[in-house]
Design a protein around this ligand. Structure first.
Ligand SMILES: Cc1ncc(COP(=O)(O)O)c(C=O)c1O
Length: 499
């Protein structure tokens, strides 16, 4: 990006900086110099998508007046941001926000531990539930009965088994979105789908617009593909997608792809309404951006009074702007590793070529099992079990966290598998670290942000219920006390964060 495409005024920036969450530093915490605090404040606004990329910042003098600090402080903050890749400047054109080409801060996806190694640890690390039996066993038995004709073939189906492609296409058609099997590719989970999509569309240095926060493992996959992530802030609460902001980012940063989780967003649980869906598609179409919509959570409606809007691809049924990614992992079982993409036939053909060198295809037996479930009504039964489990766990977890950690804040989502929790000013990274020692694994907020955003958050999944949820909240409260008092380190390391 060589030039700015929008502007943020001095008064507006001063307002945004002052509304950032800031907590008194604990005893022993050193206060950063004023220029550093200002640079960090602006960096966080960019990383959370609250100030867009390619937005012109006010002149140093104007910002100094608005913030009542010296011009030298603003100049030093801008210089620090330039060095770190968050600001570009040209004489006569001013300074505008940017995202660094590399990863200035270490960022990580989620790291599931093998269940056998967990011992007495309560694992809140992954948002995936055990298989909804007896449907796993039945589906595999059903698949075995249908395996014989495939045993005589070489077994490689890079686009997926024809029977499952047809079944998945029929499911979209039944929802009022006419779909042919040529519009479907079966993948190894949603991750496999995203890998092929990144391979095809997002080469090194390409920009990808992402919700901020977003799903940690996909962010990591995109980083590893060499993409530059352009964050777009989620609106506060569960209202989710701020259309003017999305329109501006897609127009100004012209990303090759925009990646959204419109159904029970991971991690916030937000659900996009019809207007937001239509607006996102229109904005992507006008900007020439491919809109990748991840429907992994779409079946997990937990409150029946909430009405599910139509899938986003209803606003682009041909699938030339919208690529839909689906998965059996949340609705059924992550151990199946079955996902899919719906798009225009020519896009599917290119994706099939793009994935061939990764895994050649998805295991036949698991495809047959999902096909069996979807053609016998077992899928709906299994989803029913899954929803009931997730609902019960959500309610237990919400109650336990409210009781044990009354100053932690969150909105209770109507579906999905995750609670996005503001930790009352405590560092999410420290909580995760100390949590491991007191027997609870929890991912910190920054894993769901771009390069360091969301230090004051953790994500809690609806994977435990009843007394385990109580125990998990008690262990989190113990971790919080240790982080708060600094007793966990015995050093004067910062215990609170100042955003
Ligand atoms: C939004 C989202 N996308 C993708 C995935 C990964 O899906 P899969 O197991 O199908 O690869 C997850 C899992 O948590 C998810 O929440």
């Amino acid at each position: 990006m060589t030039q700015w495409t929008s502007a943020v005024g001095a008064a507006q920036l001063a307002r945004q900086l002052s509304s950032q969450q800031s907590r008194p530093a604990g005893p022993g915490t050193r206060k950063p110099p004023a220029y550093r605090a200002l640079a960090d404040g602006i960096r966080v606004l960019v990383l959370e998508g609250r100030v867009p990329v390619a937005a012109r910042l006010p002149a140093e003098r104007e910002l100094a007046v608005a913030l009542a600090v010296s011009r030298t402080t603003v100049a030093a903050a801008y210089e620090a941001l330039r060095t770190e890749g968050f600001l570009e400047s040209r004489r006569g054109a001013g300074s505008w926000t940017a995202v660094p080409a590399g990863n200035p801060l270490p960022a990580r996806g989620l790291e599931p531990l093998p269940p056998e190694t967990l011992g007495s640890m309560i694992d809140l690390g992954t948002a995936a539930l055990p298989a909804p039996e007896p449907w796993l066993t039945r589906s595999v038995q059903g698949a075995l009965e249908e395996l014989a004709p495939y045993a005589h073939t070489h077994g490689d189906y890079p686009a997926g088994l024809p029977a499952l492609r047809q079944r998945l296409a029929d499911r979209y058609t039944e929802q009022g979105i006419p779909t042919m099997p040529e519009q479907i590719m079966v993948t190894t989970g949603a991750m496999g789908a995203m890998d092929a999509i990144c391979h095809l569309f997002a080469g090194r240095g390409e920009r990808i617009a992402v919700e901020s926060p977003s799903y940690a493992n996909i962010l990591q996959l995109m980083r590893e593909a060499g993409a530059r992530l352009v964050p777009v802030a989620m609106a506060d609460g569960l209202s989710g997608w701020d259309l003017p902001r999305w329109r501006q980012v897609l127009r100004d940063a012209a990303p090759r792809i925009a990646y959204v989780v419109a159904d029970f967003h991971n991690p916030t649980g937000a659900l996009a309404d019809e207007d937001q869906r239509r607006g996102l598609v229109d904005a992507a179409r006008s900007a020439g951006t491919v809109l990748v919509v991840d429907e992994t959570m779409s079946e997990l409606l937990l409150d029946e009074e909430t009405e599910m809007p139509r899938p986003v691809c209803a606003f682009d049924p041909a699938g030339s702007t919208v690529l839909t990614v689906g998965s059996a992992s949340k609705a059924f079982w992550a151990g199946m590793r079955i996902g899919w993409v719906r798009a225009a036939p020519d896009v599917i053909r290119s994706l099939v070529s793009a994935r061939a060198y990764a895994d050649l295809g998805t295991p036949v037996l698991e495809q047959l099992a999902v096909n069996w479930l979807m053609s016998t009504g077992g899928w709906e039964e299994a989803v029913g079990i899954r929803r009931a489990q997730a609902r019960e766990n959500r309610d237990a977890l919400v109650g336990a966290v409210r009781r044990e950690l009354p100053d932690w804040e969150f909105d209770v989502p109507h579906g999905g598998l995750t609670l996005w929790v503001r930790t009352g000013g405590l560092s999410g990274s420290r909580l995760a670290e100390v949590g491991e020692r007191v027997g609870v694994r929890v991912p910190s907020g920054p894993r769901f942000g771009v390069d360091g955003a969301f230090e004051g958050y953790v994500r809690l999944p609806f994977t435990v219920g009843g007394r385990v949820a109580d125990e998990a909240a008690q262990r989190l409260a113990a971790a919080a006390r240790l982080v708060e008092t600094g007793a966990s380190t015995g050093t004067d390391a910062p215990r609170t964060f100042v955003a």
